[in-house]
Design a protein around this ligand. Structure first.
Ligand code: NAD
Length: 367
C-alpha cells in the first residue's frame, strides 16, 4: 500500500475511549506548520465540551493521547461538580511552545476547533496565553479566556488560585479546627500562573511559604517578589509541611511519592494529581493525609471562562461562585467521612450524579 497507507497499529485507543466513556478523539495535523494536536471530547450531556488547550513537548504520542483522555474526563467531573452547564473536553498540542507556537499555528488550530461546530470550546491551559486565545478567536467563536479589553474574562489563573485558596481553608478547618492559614507551612510546587497567584494569597495571610520549580527563572521571579523558602526538587515530597499544593503538572501523587510525604493536607491547582485515582486516594486516606480533590479545588478557572462563554461575564458573580468551593470542599469531606470513602470518590459521586440526573432527560448516557 506504499508509505501513504494508514494502519491502525494501536486499537487499544478505542478500547480506552470505551473504557473511560469518551465520545470523540479528534486528531489534527498540518504538515506545513508542523501542527500536531488532539481534541478530546469526553462527555456532552451537560452541554458542549469545554476545557483548555495544553501545549507540551510530550515524550510520545501515546503520552499525549493519555493526557488528553485523562484531562478531558477530569473536565467532565470539574464542570459537573461546579454546577456548570458544559461538558468535559480538552485539547493538547504536541511540541515545544517556546519553539513552534505562534499566530499561524494557533489560527490553524482554531480552524480545527471551528470544524467541530461548537461541540468543543477551548480556553487557556499550560503554555497558553490570552494572546493565543485571540489568535484562535480569529478563526472560531468557540473560545473563551480572551482579554478584558476584547470583551473577554482575561487570564483565569487568579480565579483558579482563589478557588484553591478557598479549598485549602476548608481543609485546614477540618484538620486544625480553624481555617486560618497564618503560620502554616505550605509548599507550592510549580511557580507558573496558578502557583504565583496562590503564593500571593498565602503570603498575604502570613503563611510560611515554601516553593519549588524546575526552572530557575521562575524561582528567581518569585523570590524577588516574596519572602519564601526554596526547596530543592529532590526534597519536595519529603518536606515537613502542613500543606502540599501541587501547581505544576499531574500525577505527582503516586506510589513513590506518597510514602515520602510529610504533610497533613494536599490542595493544589494541578489537574490529574493522582497517578491512579482509586489506589492513590486510598493510600492518602490510609496515611491520614486529607486530599482536596483536584477537579473540585481547581474549578475557579473554568467558572471564570464559563461566565464568558455564556455571554454574561460578571467578576463579582464569578468570585461568589468560586467561593462556593469552600462549602463544596467541606461537604465532600463530610460525605467521605460519613460513607467511609475517599474524598476523591465522594467528589466523583457528586459530579456523576448530576450528569446521571441530566442524562435521564437527555441522551447520550454516562457510565
Ligand atoms: P504554568 O505553565 O503557568 O505553570 C506550571 C509551572 O510548573 C511552571 O512554572 C513549570 O516550570 C512548573 N513545573 C513543571 N514541572 C514541574 C516539576 N516537576 N516541579 C516543579 N515545577 C514544575 O501552568 P498553570 O496555568 O499555572 O497551571 C498549573 C497547573 O494547574 C496545570 O496542571 C494546569 O492544568 C492546572 N490548572 C490551571 C488552571 C489555570 O487557570 N491556569 C486552571 C485549572 C487547572
Amino acid at each position: 500500500m506504499g508509505k501513504d497507507s494508514i494502519q491502525l497499529k494501536n486499537p487499544t485507543i478505542l478500547d480506552k475511549m470505551l473504557d473511560m466513556s469518551h465520545e470523540q478523539l479528534v486528531f489534527c495535523s498540518d504538515h506545513v506548520l508542523g501542527l500536531k494536536a488532539i481534541i478530546s471530547i469526553h462527555n456532552t450531556v451537560l452541554g458542549p465540551a469545554m476545557g483548555g488547550t495544553r501545549m507540551w513537548n510530550y515524550a510520545s504520542e501515546t503520552a499525549a493521547i493519555e493526557d488528553a483522555l485523562r484531562l478531558s474526563r477530569g473536565m467532565t467531573y470539574k464542570n459537573s461538580i461546579a454546577g456548570l452547564n458544559i461538558g468535559g473536553g480538552k485539547a493538547v498540542i504536541i511540541g515545544d511552545a517556546k519553539k513552534i507556537k505562534g499566530e499561524k499555528l494557533m489560527r490553524r488550530f482554531g480552524k480545527f476547533i471551528n470544524g467541530l461546530g461548537g461541540q468543543y470550546w477551548t480556553a487557556e491551559d499550560v503554555n497558553m496565553t490570552i494572546k493565543d486565545m485571540e489568535y484562535i478567536r480569529m478563526e472560531t467563536p468557540f473560545v473563551a479566556g480572551l482579554s478584558e479589553k476584547n470583551g473577554g474574562s482575561g487570564d483565569p489563573s487568579p480565579v483558579t488560585a482563589y478557588g484553591v485558596y478557598c479549598a485549602m481553608k476548608a481543609c485546614a478547618k477540618t484538620v486544625y479546627g480553624s481555617d486560618t492559614l497564618a503560620g502554616k507551612k505550605i509548599l507550592v510546587q510549580g511557580l507558573g500562573n496558578v502557583g504565583s497567584y496562590l503564593i500571593e494569597l498565602l503570603v498575604r495571610d502570613k503563611a510560611r511559604v515554601l516553593v519549588s520549580d524546575i526552572f530557575d527563572d521562575k524561582i528567581k521571579a518569585i523570590t524577588e517578589r516574596f519572602n519564601v523558602t526554596v526547596v530543592a526538587l529532590g526534597d519536595v515530597y519529603s518536606a515537613e509541611v502542613d500543606i502540599y499544593a501541587p501547581c505544576a503538572l499531574g500525577a505527582t501523587i503516586n506510589s513513590q511519592t506518597i510514602p515520602m510525604m510529610n504533610c497533613k493536607i494536599i490542595t493544589g491547582g494541578a489537574n490529574n494529581q493522582l497517578h491512579d485515582e482509586t489506589l492513590h486516594s486510598k493510600m492518602l486516606n490510609d496515611k491520614g493525609i486529607l486530599y482536596g480533590p483536584d477537579f473540585l479545588v481547581n474549578s475557579g478557572g473554568i467558572i471564570n471562562v464559563y461566565f464568558e462563554q455564556q455571554g454574561n461575564y460578571n467578576k463579582a458573580k464569578v468570585l461568589e461562585k468560586t467561593e462556593d468551593i469552600y462549602k463544596m470542599t467541606s461537604d465532600v469531606i463530610n460525605l467521605a467521612f460519613i460513607n467511609q470513602i475517599t474524598t476523591h470518590q465522594a467528589a466523583l459521586n457528586i459530579a456523576m450524579k448530576r450528569i446521571e440526573d441530566f442524562s435521564r432527560v437527555k441522551s447520550p448516557t454516562f457510565k
